[in-house]
Design a protein around this ligand. Structure first.
Ligand code: NAP
Length: 279
């Protein structure tokens, strides 16, 4: 079994892939549209089934729509509502717009992109109404630290949250101190955004020795490490076909205990609470 078919479970019990295709910075220029569609299609051809996008990402939802045309079934589409649209009527209208732009009748996982001024209870009520109407199948949050998650759990239907999408990679391990154990206790999925630290881990040099041992690249090691963490779904973004291929191939890399020990030395896990980092 290749890792593209490896899954983790949402709290509701549904299996979702541990790897998905990110789309931030896509849909920003017509001149790159075809290449971006091709990158997503290549990822799907190689077995990826999850795509992460957001209403905030320029015309990325249109790139996704084009890439999934004729092959929507079996895919898991994630999109996000901006906090400024997260009041009840605003969230419902934003979701309708995203559905239209994505060319689909349902979003598999709909996230609050980050916390704003709207009371959580109101956004959750909107999400539950969208779910009841069949417009979204699940909902979750993004960029929520532990205190936000605690508060969310206390609002009506707050425990129906399926995932928290946060910055997580070898160089940003803060969530391991508290948010990750808290989430694991509830089987809540962590979606790791920027898993190659926006390309920085590919260039850092700190992963090269391990990469050589696996006949791999540094970025592949970074990705293999991210999804070796239980309950984590990594969503790297790649437009270059080489990167798309490498990322999916990385899912078959099995890091050894020695590799993991060396990575802990080079990128030490947190010893105390760190506020959640965001990009
Ligand atoms: P990322 O995936 O860590 O890095 C993307 C960058 O790394 C691109 O420049 C890409 O280049 C390059 N890259 C990808 N694969 C590579 C490889 N195998 N070797 C070398 N370089 C590689 O960062 P990200 O785009 O910030 O995060 C991923 C996704 O997470 C986003 O696209 C978005 O869907 C989501 N996200 C969510 C939030 C949030 O607030 N919820 C925030 C940030 C990101 P090319 O594109 O040129 O191939």
């Amino acid at each position: 079994m290749t890792m593209t078919t490896r899954t983790t479970k949402l709290p509701c019990g549904e299996a979702v892939p541990v790897f998905g295709l990110g789309t931030w910075k896509m849909g920003e220029a017509q001149s790159r549209f075809a290449d971006e569609v091709a990158a997503l299609r290549l990822g799907l051809d190689l077995g990826a089934t999850l795509i992460d996008t957001a209403e905030m990402y320029a015309d990325a939802e249109l790139v996704v729509a084009e890439a999934v045309k004729g092959r929507r079934d079996g895919l898991f589409l994630v999109s996000k509502v901006l906090p400024s649209n997260a009041a009840r009527a605003g969230a419902i209208a934003a979701c309708e717009r995203s559905l239209k732009r994505l060319g689909t009748d349902r979003i598999d996982l709909y996230l609050l992109h980050w916390r704003g001024g709207v009371p959580l209870a109101e956004t959750v009520a909107a999400f539950e109404a969208l779910k009841a109407a069949g417009k979204i199948r699940h909902w979750g949050v993004s960029n929520f630290d532990l205190d936000d998650m605690d508060e969310l759990e206390g609002v009506p239907s707050g425990s129906a949250c399926q995932a928290n999408q946060v910055l997580y990679n070898l160089a940003r391990r803060g969530i391991e101190f508290d948010l990750m154990p808290w989430s694991r206790k509830r089987a809540l999925s962590i979606m790791a955004y920027s898993p190659v630290d926006q390309g920085a881990l590919a260039r850092s040099g700190k992963l090269d020795a391990i990469a050589t041992r696996h006949d791999a690249t540094a970025a592949q090691v970074a990705l293999a490490w991210t999804i070796s963490q239980a309950g984590v779904i990594a969503i790297p973004k790649a437009v270059r076909p080489r990167h798309v291929r490498d990322n999916i191939a990385a899912l078959d890399i099995k890091l050894t205990p020695q590799d993991l020990a060396e990575l802990d030395k080079a990128f030490p896990p947190p010893q105390r609470k760190r506020p959640l980092e965001m990009i």
